[in-house]
Design a protein around this ligand. Sequence first.
Ligand code: DGJ
Length: 742
Amino acid sequence: MSIVYDASAKTLSLNTRESSYQMQIGPLGYLLHGYYGRRAEGNFTSLHRQKDVGFSPVPYELAEKTRGFSPDTLPLELSGANAGDFRLPAVCVSLPDGRRGADLRYVRHEIRKGKYALPGLPAALDPDGEAETLSVTLRDETLGLEAELLYAVYESRDVITRALRLKNIGGGQMKLEKAASCCLDLPFGDWDLLHFHGRHAMERQPERQPLLHGETRIASRRGESSHQHNPFLILCDRHATEDAGDCLGVMLVYSGSFEMALEKDQMDALRLVAGIQPEGFSWTLGPGDCFDAPECLLCFRHDGLNALSQRFHRFLRRDLCRSAFSEKARPILLNNWEATYFDFDREKILSLAREARDLGADLFVLDDGWFGRRSDDRSSLGDWFVNEEKLSGGLEPLIRGVKELGLRFGLWVEPEMVSEDSALFRAHPDWALRVPGRKPFLSRSELVLDLSRPAVADWIFETLKDLLARYDIDYIKWDCNRSLTDLWGFAPAGELAHRWVLGLYSVMDRITAAFPQVLFEGCAGGGGRFDAGILSWFPQIWCSDDTDPIERLTIQRGTGYGYPLSSIGAHVSASPNHQTGRSTPLDTRATVAMAGAFGYELDPGKLSEEEKTRIRAQIRRFRGYEKLLREGDLFRLTELGDERDYEAWQLVSEEKDESLLSLVITRPRANAKPLHLRLKGLDPEGRYRMENYDVFDAFLPEPAEEQPGEYSGAALMYAGLTLPRMMGDYPSVQIFLKKTKE
Ligand code: DGJ
């Protein structure tokens, strides 16, 4: 049993292999938070001593007896509003007569086998039948609000999921003003916040900062999870490193506007409230109506950030993503975007496909520009029929040509947007979001289709269905190239942003169910919607429009704190790089792209024979490492923020019998210090042979004497490895280790 109710102590304990979470049904039915941390059995309620701190209100019923019991100072499982707690609220409702707030008290709980589901929303599944669910019902009798807190415990995964269902149990209408998925009070500790900020072509830059008094917010108001902030954060002990110390990861399974707010209060306690962005949100519930807030994933590890990332990676791959591709080898693709942009015709595409086949790729992807009259990004979104000017004869002969080469075929779409210059917009101008009386804001010349309108969601589904039914398509790149503004449309203003996301999810759900054999890759102008909501259906997401491998080291590192490498779309592109103008060696580009869903995005026709030979070798190498890269445990070998001249990471198979070390020199130095590394995650007792020891694109001033040998795991982890001195622009290294005996 991973969920235990102790009736005498009135505690509910949730245990995973390495963590424990406890709550207690406290005086007057307050649901108190007891503990979340490293696994420990016991009753933790005595950790929270009641004390009069002044100016913290006491419930009326207790006021004669004590001044120490206040919802303002006690750790709570779900914070309300306008009811004695001045810290961040998680739930707030208002009634037509002006009453507003939420004062939630325990009513009942239930423990059951299996995993709860959230209608219309993505949520983790239970593929191995190990989840147990706890449902705790709280009630505000006065306002007629019921809150059902849902927790699912995945014992072997060290993951606890949380969700919140709000119900109007009163006789009239109620407005939800705030409905956060998760409220987590951490009364003790000295926490740093690690979060992932950025911008277009520079997504998910890891930033670690101490949490000081007051409020800190990580948020998106863009209608999408966004390039700027990611709905994932890690709270880590001030002294935690990649390999030691308390770390707590919080990830929203949501793709729309969100807020993750943190407050360090007057007693130095920390509260985290995470969920749908409350600004502009309001949701009307009639009598008996329910609202489901998106799911939130929690993982606690006492042994550092690497261990935390590994748990999220496994969970997202196995328990969250419902695509059959999630745990399978993905095709190595060649995408024509950076090779041609909009400038292509049938011959050009077929010649790229021929080159892709000759290099050893599996899949050719035709990107933007194949439809309507699209010759630049100003027109035709919504007109999902072939651009005959470019592709005379249509898609069918083109696809046939690609298939005859023995390749699979993939196609780009951007189904949620519409161009003003399109037949679709001319036919349905009311399908685009815009505030009446005002010209809409354009972004990349695009307008946003109102997915809150069921007819629009149906139209998108039918259009995609027709495309997939008509053509022999194996892969879809689903792009989304602008953020949402001008929120006015079918759904009421306060509901529109969330209903838009629900509309998107309904289309994703229906189309992936109808075409399970098609591999879908998410994309939003690069990585503007890289989140667990999208990953529930699509096993991979294009990570960034910046394909410069040196920039990608940071982008992919930031992304990899929460998301598995197999989900990170990463391609080898041309040099000099189109986004930064930097030149990097071909094999370094591959070393970096292999730490992701691997592919190419360049014109092989412009490469020399020597470069093509190298690409063939890269593809062979990748196939050899593919399973390890996709399923292995990721170890970052460098600490964030350290002054250093290289980036290094390592994958270790679950059985610890294989490992791949990758390293890229990011800054060549004169008279460089020896580059010494200690490996991680190996079996100290085992012996490992260096099956491959590849140094790419380096000039080695000293002869490499020792080289491939056999070492014990202990020697590699405790004494480490010193690499040969490498000179040149951005050389890289891959060392593949195989265990020879126990
Ligand atoms: C943005 C994507 O991130 C690119 O890869 C490419 O598909 C363009 N959109 C096409 O418009």
